[in-house]
Design a protein around this ligand. Structure first.
Ligand SMILES: [Zn+2]
Length: 239
């Protein structure tokens, strides 16, 4: 989940944007006779164990990647610059956070612009499809993404396999925090007032503009493929 800290927490003293994560697992549940998958946040002792491991991986990944850049810098000092650009990458900075009453533990990462942008596209997809689906678990970088997971309404049926966690879909409205992109593009958050009518949602109506008086018109059904990682994925955390 994205938000802002009261004071800057990481090296970039101008950045108050943070991303708060907890590990979860999924389990089947019945709702009105329909089998759904629900997300369950791990209890605090196990949560702490998983998040400490995640911190250790981030620290290890950071050291390993920094080692590569130092090695390359030495090589380049001797042999000169390559004719191509070397991608400049790094892992996010992170720390563990406790709730005020000390009963919950979280992984707090610096929030990167790309993450907030992708979270915005989830809100936009959710709006354009009038709550049919959005892409979660974006993976990749440098403008190229891979391995998308789709969170969709149960109306669409089980067409996107295991990554499609219904409760993640259902909690979008509660968990999504609008950011500067959502605000600039004036995305609507009056979710209860969105016109949900599956017949018209699937029709080829013209795109509407969220901030305009035509906002009640149908969004086009989005045909390409986020809460950007409202929690860490089970594949990341349970291994
Ligand atoms: Zn938003």
């Amino acid at each position: 989940m994205f938000g802002e800290s009261v004071t800057p927490l990481f090296n970039d003293r101008t950045n108050y944007e943070i991303c708060v994560k907890q590990a979860f697992y999924t389990e089947p549940t019945q709702s009105a006779g329909v089998q759904l998958m629900q997300t369950v946040i791990h209890d605090t002792p196990f949560q702490a164990k998983l998040l400490v491991m995640e911190m250790r991986l981030l620290a290890f990944g950071t050291a390993a990647l920094n080692g590569c850049y130092k090695w390359m810098a030495r090589y380049i000092r001797i042999h000169g610059q390559p004719s191509f650009d070397i991608p400049q990458m790094r892992f996010v900075q992170a720390g563990l956070g406790l709730s005020e009453d000390g009963t919950k533990v979280f992984l707090i990462e610096e929030s990167i612009l790309l993450g907030r942008f992708l979270a915005f596209t989830q809100h936009l997809q959710y709006w354009m499809t009038l709550k049919l689906f959005f892409i979660s678990d974006y993976q990749g970088g440098k403008g190229l993404l891979t391995d998308p997971q789709v969170l969709s309404s149960s109306e669409l049926g089980n067409i996107f396999a295991e990554g499609n966690v219904s409760s993640g879909y259902q909690s979008f409205e509660r968990d999504h925090v609008c950011n500067e992109f959502c605000k600039f593009f004036d995305l609507r958050t009056d979710y209860a007032n969105w016109p949900i009518d599956s017949g018209s949602r699937l029709s080829k109506s013209s795109p509407s503009e969220p901030g305009s008086s035509k906002a009640h018109l149908n969004g086009p059904l989005f045909n390409t493929g986020g809460s950007m990682d409202m929690a860490l994925s089970t594949t990341t955390m349970s291994g």
